[in-house]
Design a protein. Structure first.
Length: 458
């Protein structure tokens, strides 16, 4: 047994406490909630791995009890105490460490917290989204919020694993560009020393250049869209998970890769974070052996029939949010799949580098992967011929001089290639069935917020 705090060698985490029954341990963390029961004070200590119950007994450790009376939620503290099994009737089966508790012999306050603006002791934070984001540094500490980003971590880990299984090399691309990636006005223009530059809309041009180096690449990058949109599914800054593959033999190669990456991410994350998904009430994803594939026209015909004629979008240039939900409802019912791939969108609705269908240049070799009613990924086979790229740029009134480095790569031969991009926040949102994509962003940026909400006067 250790007699003084300074003699205790090494801190352990809440997840390890069960391995130290009958021994004295040192813990560090934050007070989540305190409960007073006469001569006993109980409090939950939160650390990076979870929660552990600590008890201070006025009879056996009066100094620890005295210190415990000062504790408030979110105080950062250090505790030394003995690990005991909880009595049978007090075991918390919902907590990983719920079969044990630590009886404190010493408590040291490391940092004090102000009075909290709301109760953080509840199992879920029932706050309106603006409040949830206004107090982001505090609400992120709550287990029901921080668990979102443990899931997100697993999404990224799975994306890296499956991309490397495809033979891709990880690359790191800039977020300041000399031109707008896809043309158009939805870019953030900035002053770069004495020059004009832009925040990149995507890593697209750079990952295509890198196909000429590594053949197959993937990247995790930030992208910026100056879209005048405040919806539950759009952000001004997002994290993209991108893959680009060279030396493809067919359009089907890209669809296979897209669906492999998408289903692998969802399957792996759902397996490793199953308890978290259950705590959010998210249904287990339906992952088919073969993802159903539909052209845009086929999807529109199905939507018309599936809605019994109530929704007719035949001939439209794209699917909107309602259409995406309907076609996913169809896939779930008819194909037992939460995924569906939609292909062959109109060429004019896609970026300049998108390859037109050889037999019908009005239609492109493009695709979206939908999951649980929402587009998760988008991509295409690319135009890899230098002269054709030049012609398309001129047709769309894009200045080739603004894309000189990009075009340089094609001037010196880029093979047949294509790729796709997933939105990390959307993917996390749909996995956990969150209501708003902002919940899946640590510090969301949109038209109304950069950390703090913009005032009306601005």
């Amino acid at each position: 047994m250790y007699e003084a705090m300074s003699d205790v060698s090494g801190r352990i985490l809440s997840s390890e406490v069960s391995d130290f029954i009958g021994k004295t341990v040192k813990l560090k963390g934050w007070v989540r909630i305190r409960r007073d029961h006469g001569k006993l004070i109980f409090f939950d200590l939160r650390d990076k791995n979870g929660l552990i119950q600590v008890v201070a007994n006025s009879n056996t450790s009066p100094e620890a009890y005295k210190a415990a009376r000062e504790l408030r939620p979110e105080y950062a503290i250090e505790v030394v105490g003995s690990v005991n099994k909880r009595p049978e009737g007090t075991i918390n089966k919902d907590l990983a460490s719920g079969s044990v508790e630590v009886e404190a012999s010493q408590i040291k306050i490391l940092a004090k917290a102000d009075t909290l603006p709301f109760d953080t002791g509840a199992e879920k934070l029932n706050l309106e989204l603006p409040t949830l984001l206004d107090y982001r540094s505090l609400t992120l500490r709550h287990p029901s919020i921080s668990e979102i980003f443990k899931v997100q971590e697993e999404v990224v880990r799975s994306f890296r694993n499956v991309s490397e299984d495809l033979g891709c090399t990880e690359i790191f691309v800039p977020t300041i560009s000399s031109s707008a990636t896809e043309g158009g006005a939805e870019v953030f223009k900035l002053k770069y020393y004495d020059y004009d530059a832009y925040l990149t809309q995507s890593p697209q041009l750079y990952k295509q250049i890198m196909v000429g180096v590594f053949e197959r690449v993937y990247t995790i990058s930030h992208a910026y869209r100056a879209e005048p949109s405040v919806t539950t599914r759009h952000l001004s800054e997002v994290v993209q998970l991108d893959v680009e593959i060279g030396f493809i033999d067919s359009f089907g190669d890209l669809l296979d890769a897209l669906e492999t990456v998408g289903t692998s991410i969802i399957k792996d994350t759902a397996q490793k974070c199953g308890e978290i998904l259950s705590s959010f009430g998210a249904q287990k994803p339906l992952i088919p052996t073969k993802v159903p594939r539909l052209t845009l026209k086929e999807a529109q015909d199905i939507i018309y029939k599936f809605s019994k004629g109530e929704r007719d979008v035949r001939g439209e240039q794209d699917l909107n949010a309602t259409d995406e939900k309907l076609i996913c409802d169809w896939a779930k019912k008819e194909k037992k799949s939460d995924f569906v791939t939609i292909t062959h969108y109109p060429t004019k609705k896609r970026a300049f580098y998108t390859m037109p269908e050889p037999n019908n240049p009005e239609i492109s070799l493009s695709y979206d992967l939908l999951f649980k009613g929402m587009e998760l990924a988008s991509g295409s086979q690319r135009v890899n011929d230098y002269e054709k790229l030049l012609a398309i740029m001129k047709e769309r009134k894009l200045n080739p001089d603004n894309f000189s480095m990009y075009l340089q790569a094609f001037k010196y031969a880029i093979p047949p290639e294509g790729g796709f991009s997933f939105g990390l926040e959307r993917l996390t949102m749909k996995l956990l069935e969150l209501e708003n994509v902002r919940e899946a962003s640590l510090f969301p940026r949109d038209m109304e917020r950069v950390d703090e909400r913009f005032s009306v006067s601005k």
